[in-house]
Design a protein around this ligand. Structure first.
Ligand SMILES: Cc1ncc(COP(=O)(O)O)c(C=O)c1O
Length: 315
C-alpha cells in the first residue's frame, strides 16, 4: 500500500508541509534504529472522525521513549492534542496516525551525545484494511516463523521501538516468501509470542488465551481492548505461556492490533484451526470491536476521541 500524501506533518510542536518533513542521512536513527513510534487509527463515525484510544497510545509512546532514555519534551496530553490538530489540519474523516520520536542529526556515536537532538514528528494518511477486507471474514493462513522474538534481556519488547521491527521484517518477509499472509513468532523459550505486527489470541475449550507480556509481546492496546470486551461478555481469559501446538488444536484463533484490527486465523503451518473459518467467539469480539470503533454502539469505555473536522474543506 503506497503512501498517500496529506498536507501537513506535525514537527516539534508546529505544522510543516508534508514534503518538508525531512531528516539528514547522518541522523542517528538512520544508523542505529533509534526511534520509538506509535500507530493509531482514527475512525469515521456519525459523530465525525474519532481517534481510538488516543491517550493510551500516547502514553505508550512516552513510556517507550523513557525506556530508551529519550527526553521527550511533550506530555501525553500535548501529544494527544497534536494528533487532533493534525487530523483537523489535513481534513481527514478517517486515517492512520503515526507519531515518531527519533534521535536526529548532530553526532554519530552509538552513545547519543547531547549534540543529538530528539525530534518528534506526527503524520497521518488514509489507510485501509491491513490484511485485506476478506481476511476479516474468512481469516488468514499463517505460519510459525523460524525467527524468534529477541530474549527479554536483549531488546525490550514493551517499547515500540523501530529497531524491533527489523525482527518483524524477517518474520513477515519469510512468511510472504513462503506463501503465507503473516508469521507468528515464538519467544526465546519456544512459546507463542505474537505476529510480526499484532498480538494473538486462541480460543481453547471456551476460554480466551493470550501470551503474557513477559513472553516478548508488545502490550497491545487492541489486546487490552479485547481483554476488556471478553470480560464484558464473561468469556474466561487465560494469560499464560502458549505452547506452539495449542495453535493447531485451538477451536479458534485471531490476531489483533491497530493495523490488523481483529483478523481471524484459519490455518497455522497449513494445519486448519477449528472449523477453518472465523469462529463464534472471534466473530462476537470482532463485531463488538467494529461497532465501537464505527461509533455504532455506545462508547461505554470512553475509547473514542472525537475530532471536530471540516472534512474535505478547501485548503
Ligand atoms: C509487534 C506488535 N505487536 C502487537 C501490536 C498490536 O498493538 P496495538 O494493538 O497497540 O496496535 C503491534 C502494533 O502496534 C505490533 O507492532
Amino acid at each position: 500500500m503506497a503512501l498517500t500524501k496529506t498536507d501537513k506533518i506535525w514537527h516539534n510542536g508546529r505544522m510543516v508541509a508534508w514534503d518538508d518533513a525531512r531528516i539528514h542521512v547522518l541522523s542517528h536513527v538512520v544508523h542505529y534504529g533509534s526511534a520509538v513510534f506509535e500507530g493509531i487509527r482514527c475512525y469515521k463515525t456519525a459523530q465525525g472522525p474519532s481517534i481510538f484510544r488516543l491517550r493510551e497510545h500516547m502514553l505508550r509512546l512516552v513510556r517507550s521513549a523513557h525506556i530508551y532514555r529519550m527526553d521527550l519534551p511533550f506530555t501525553v496530553d500535548q501529544l494527544a492534542a497534536a494528533a487532533g490538530d493534525l487530523v483537523r489540519a489535513n481534513h481527514m474523516d478517517s486515517c492512520y496516525i503515526r507519531p515518531v520520536v527519533l534521535r536526529g542529526y548532530g553526532d554519530l556515536g552509538v552513545h547519543a551525545s547531547s549534540a543529538v537532538p530528539i525530534e518528534t514528528y506526527m503524520a497521518c494518511w488514509s489507510w485501509g484494511r491491513y490484511l485485506g477486507e476478506e481476511a476479516l471474514r474468512d481469516g488468514v493462513d499463517v505460519c510459525v516463523s523460524s525467527w524468534r522474538r529477541p530474549a527479554p534481556d536483549t531488546l525490550p519488547q514493551m517499547a515500540k521501538a523501530a529497531a524491533n521491527y527489523m525482527n518483524s521484517q524477517l518474520i513477515k518477509m519469510e512468511a510472504i516468501a513462503d506463501g503465507y499472509v503473516e508469521g507468528v513468532a515464538l519467544d526465546e523459550q519456544g512459546y507463542v509470542a505474537e505476529g510480526s505486527g499484532e498480538n494473538l489470541f486462541a480460543v481453547y475449550d471456551g476460554s480466551l488465551w493470550t501470551s503474557p507480556v513477559a513472553h516478548s509481546v508488545l502490550p497491545g492496546i487492541t489486546r487490552a481492548s479485547i481483554l476488556t470486551l471478553a470480560s464484558n461478555f464473561e468469556i474466561p481469559v487465560v494469560e499464560q505461556p502458549i505452547p506452539r501446538e495449542m495453535l493447531y488444536i485451538a477451536d479458534e484463533a485471531f490476531f489483533c492490533g491497530t493495523a490488523a484490527e481483529v483478523t481471524p486465523i484459519r490455518s497455522v503451518d497449513k494445519i486448519t484451526v477449528g472449523a477453518g473459518r472465523r469462529g463464534p467467539i472471534t466473530e462476537r469480539l470482532q463485531k463488538e470491536f467494529f461497532a465501537i470503533t464505527a461509533g455504532e454502539t455506545p462508547d461505554r469505555h470512553g475509547w473514542l476521541t472525537p475530532v471536530n473536522v471540516t472534512v474535505g474543506a478547501a485548503r
